[in-house]
Design a protein around this ligand. Structure first.
Ligand SMILES: Cc1cc2nc3c(=O)[nH]c(=O)nc-3n(C[C@H](O)[C@H](O)[C@H](O)COP(=O)(O)O)c2cc1C
Length: 212
């Protein structure tokens, strides 16, 4: 009976942890975890099958820091390089409770829109909609100070691709499942994420536990 109650409590805590909080304060990244980098490369792959279980707070925290967190506080620089250090890529996290924006400086998630918009990220690939979360990588090309729009969009794609690969290697190194995808319902997501005209959703990565 005691075990049953404990299990129920754990499930309730896990399911309510990210239930429409205005702010999700993330844990400090655990920089000691994961496979050595060459083993992570050996494991990297895109997963089409995954568990639907929500991510634990430490996994979510480490994922976002690895994706594009601040790794040199004195310089305000990030785990992902960006053209001319423009830091044009924002990571939006779309999960059951809502769509959140990752604030790398505060290492926290801020609610943008409450509600479940995962189907908009899955787009026509509805089989992905059950993923517990998607990182939607959005470039704000107004942060590039030079270049034509075409050059800016090229840099945006490169910068977003690097963040996506950070996620891919983090997942490979920690045993999580991910899948990078350009498929998504961009016009609807622009509304959900309250994007400006200079902000472009470039690519998304689902992140989940692997299915046993
Ligand atoms: C820029 C980019 C866009 C992608 N878009 C999609 C997509 O829209 N849908 C999808 O199922 N997979 C997508 N993928 C995943 C690729 O299909 C996958 O990486 C490829 O088949 C190689 O498999 P691997 O990642 O396991 O090596 C994309 C990958 C990249 C790099």
């Amino acid at each position: 009976m005691k075990n049953l109650l404990t299990t129920i409590c754990i499930v309730l805590v896990a399911t309510t942890l990210f239930a429409q909080n205005q702010t999700i304060v993330l844990n400090q990244p655990d920089t000691n975890r994961g496979l050595p980098v060459m083993k992570a490369f050996a494991q990297r792959s895109s997963q089409a099958k995954f568990d639907t279980l929500s991510l634990k707070l430490q996994d979510l925290s480490d994922l976002l820091w690895a994706a594009d967190g601040i790794n040199r506080a004195d310089l305000g620089k990030r785990t992902a390089p960006s053209a001319m250090n423009s830091q044009d890529v924002d990571v939006y996290v779309v999960m059951k409770a809502g769509a959140y924006l990752y604030d790398a400086k505060k290492h926290q998630l801020d609610l943008v829109t409450a509600g479940d918009y995962r189907l908009q990220v899955a787009g026509r690939q509805e089989n992905f909609a059950g993923a517990p979360l998607f990182c939607v990588l959005v470039s704000d090309i107004s942060r590039f100070k030079n270049g034509t729009d075409s050059v800016k969009l090229q840099m945006a794609a490169l910068d977003a691709g690097i963040v996506s690969e950070n996620i891919g290697l983090f997942c490979a190194g920690t045993g999580l499942a991910t899948h990078p995808r350009v498929t998504m319902e961009v016009p609807k997501l622009k509304e959900t994420l309250k994007l400006k005209s200079s902000q472009y959703p470039m690519i998304n990565n689902l992140v989940a536990y692997k299915k046993n």
